[in-house]
Design a protein around this ligand. Structure first.
Ligand code: ZN
Length: 278
């Protein structure tokens, strides 16, 4: 075997850099003297380089989708961070609204209790008036007027026939615009019999009437007590329900839960994507 044959066999390994020092020297020495082998060597080297470029291109092409994925992953992570803050914010708002729900519920319970007390008191005044009137006649009102003078200003009794058709269906205490006092059988104020003309209050929830056994009792609240009556009236007609009080907290709770689950879902996806690209 001449040197050309040996060098041709060695050339692929030489190009790949896999030859020993000794073989390298042998190949280089021969290439510097033999033009035929040198030509073969250059051709092989050329083919090798083209092959390398091809491999690099494939590597770049394979890398590109991962770079895109990495980009998506980064913006996803930003979104996940935002959701995390949104969840925290929603939970804080929810806690505040739950606190408010408790306070408002207690407030409503207090208002309802107050309203019941006012209504019970109205009934007590009416019952006392009817009872005393039945036993002692007109002067029976004097005691009621005295007993409740820190609550009421005037208390009067009417014959139902004298105020028809103004009065009807007052089988329990009812707020009305006052019946005209000049038609009353008797009027008391703080235990005193009133015989002068009275200008009735124009405040239509400050006067209560009730009818029993052909008579009507009417009393007008004392001015200083009107705010209590007003409060009871507001509770009765304009109070929200307990459910309505809790709606803001419920909405905050739903938003918190949705935000939290979305956050968990995205965090989970992030983990999977990270595993895929690392
Ligand atoms: Zn040669």
């Amino acid at each position: 075997m001449n040197n050309c044959e040996i060098v041709k066999d060695l050339l692929p390994m030489y190009i790949d850099g896999l030859c020993s020092e000794t073989s390298n020297k042998l190949v280089e020495q021969h290439l510097s003297t033999c033009t035929q082998c040198k030509q073969i060597y250059e051709q092989m080297l050329n083919e090798f380089e083209v092959e390398q470029i091809g491999l690099n291109t494939i590597a770049i092409q394979q890398k590109q989708p991962f770079e895109k994925l990495n980009h998506i992953f980064k913006s996803y992570r930003g979104f996940s961070k935002m959701l995390e803050w949104l969840t925290v914010l929603a939970v804080v708002i929810m806690i505040i609204l739950i606190g408010k729900g408790f306070i408002d519920t207690q407030g409503l319970a207090a208002n309802i209790k107050h309203q019941e007390n006012i209504e019970q008191e109205q009934l007590n005044i009416m019952n006392a008036a009817f009872e005393n009137f039945a036993t002692d006649g007109a002067s029976g009102l004097e005691k009621v007027s005295t007993d409740y003078q820190n609550r009421i200003k005037y208390i009067a009794v009417f014959n139902i026939a004298d105020v028809e058709p103004l009065a009807k269906d007052y089988d329990k205490p009812k707020a009305i615009y006052p019946l005209p006092y000049e038609r009353a059988k008797v009027i008391y104020e703080s235990g005193q019999l009133i015989t002068d003309n009275i200008t009735p209050s124009d405040y239509d929830i400050g006067t209560m009437v009730m009818e029993k056994d052909g008579y009507i009792v009417q009393f007008e609240y004392a001015r200083h007590y009107l705010h209590e009556v007003e409060r009871a009236f507001q509770t009765k007609h304009y109070s929200p329900t307990t459910l309505q009080l809790w709606i803001p907290a419920l909405i905050a709770m739903i938003v918190s839960l949705c935000s939290f689950f979305l956050y968990r879902k995205i965090k989970d996806t992030n983990r999977k994507v990270q595993k895929l690209i690392s």
